[in-house]
Ligand binder design. Structure first.
Ligand code: GLV
Ligand code: MN
Ligand code: MN
Length: 399
């Protein structure tokens, strides 16, 4: 049984929060490759070294703290959404660091730690672990741009101390990622732990519709080619057409809407937006894509819009490894008997990519009010510590 130190763990978690602390409450703004993200990664590398781990920053800025020989890999990401809470990703990284320290103090089993870069998709979808796992080539990733037109290649060059080499995945026997649930289930049911059985799949692509920019006072309603109206029509048609295909667990989101020129006296001539959809069934994701394309084409044709698509990004749904899951089940039952459940993850995680390289499993703790990707994200300290103990319990069994 590994003996973790909750005070040391909470103190490190609070220190990580201080990089990019923003907004109300425990808000954080620490997008990939921002000054705050880079400073946090340098601090983290220092903590890894103090824990006796060998630091390796890979070509995209993912920070590994490597134990000697074959080890279990644990961690998550420390970059954030443009507006975020203090725990998304950070919790999994700091919990891994604490378990690695406890393990080193106990003389094993060896635990390595990772903070993947750009999980939150400033450029792609879980970019750092996608490149490491071979889901996305470095070449293709380098050409991806953020909303301001900065390329991934330019952004990753900002991260100091990068090696030219990726870490060999063969040195790890498996991957464990602890995370906040980011949904309402555990909090509502008064449960302390969720052991994940599967992570949903995702598809994400940019859509652009170009109509005609014109004067908002003199252009008759009849015959306008208004890009906002096109998006609005597309959105409502999509909701109706999805109705026969989706389940109550399917989700879809239009985001990053850039309306040009976005002024009150100009009929907007161009709109670009992200279309994202998620489901646990890869076939359903495919059927939704067909509907999305057909609907966009229909909207474009009725009013003579020019339609184009950006690259399709995505990850397929994945199941968690039974043996690693079993260790988490046992540890959860020992720590909080009857107060844990098996559940799917509707959020994406680095574990999806890592599952291409080795067995993976995930552990959730409750999110208060189910809030995440918002400044209000939080989890009770007691639940954070319970999650840490369950994670350490599982590692103790696996070693
Ligand atoms: C990851 O944060 C996601 O969008 O699910
Ligand atoms: Mn996350
Ligand atoms: Mn997130």
């Amino acid at each position: 049984m590994l003996s973790v130190n909750p005070e040391r763990f909470l103190s490190d978690l609070n220190t990580l929060r201080s990089f990019g602390a923003a907004g109300v409450g425990k808000g954080v703004v620490r997008p990939a490759y921002s000054d705050a993200d880079i400073a946090a990664r340098e601090w983290l590398a220092g903590r890894m070294r103090e824990a006796g781990l060998d630091v390796h920053v890979d070509p995209v800025g993912s920070v590994f703290g490597l134990a000697e020989g074959t080890s279990l890999l644990m961690g998550s990401h420390s970059d954030s959404q443009p507006e975020s809470g203090w725990l998304d990703g950070a919790l999994g990284v700091i919990a891994a660091l604490e378990v690695a320290r406890a393990s080193a103090e106990a003389g094993g089993p060896p635990v390595s730690v990772v903070s993947f870069e750009d999980e939150e998709g400033r450029f792609g979808v879980t970019t750092g672990s996608a490149v490491w796992s071979g889901t996305l080539s470095l070449d293709k990733a380098d050409g991806l741009t953020d909303r301001d037109g900065v390329t991934f290649a330019e952004a990753r060059a900002r991260m100091p101390g990068r090696s030219e080499d990726f870490v060999d995945p063969a040195r790890f026997s498996g991957f464990l990622e602890m995370h906040i649930e980011q949904g309402p289930v555990l909090d509502r049911e008064g449960e302390a732990i969720g052991v994940v059985d599967a992570i949903v799949g995702i598809r994400d692509m940019k859509i652009t519709m170009v109509g005609e920019q014109n004067h908002a006072g003199t252009t008759p309603m009849q015959g306008r080619r208004d890009a906002f109206q096109a998006l609005s029509r597309f959105n409502s048609m999509l909701d109706e057409r999805f109705a026969n295909v989706v389940t109550p667990h399917t989700v879809w989101t239009i985001g990053h809407v850039a309306l040009h020129p976005n002024a009150s006296s100009i009929v907007p001539g161009k709109v670009t937006f992200s279309m994202q959809w998620r489901d646990g069934d890869a076939d359903r994701l495919g059927r939704m894509e067909t509907i999305i394309r057909e609907t966009a084409e229909e909207v474009a044709q009725t009013r003579g819009f020019e339609l184009s698509y950006g690259p399709m990004l995505g990850l397929d749904p994945v199941d968690m490894d039974k043996r690693l899951r079993g260790a988490l089940d046992h540890a959860a039952e020992a720590e909080v008997p009857g107060r844990w459940r098996t559940m799917p993850s509707g959020a994406l995680h680095d574990a999806t990519n890592v599952s291409r390289l080795m067995p993976v499993a995930m552990l959730f703790v409750p999110s208060i009010g189910g809030i995440s990707h918002a400044f209000g994200e939080d989890t009770a300290e007691a639940d954070l510590v319970t999650g840490l103990k369950v994670l350490a319990g599982a590692v103790g069994q696996l070693g």
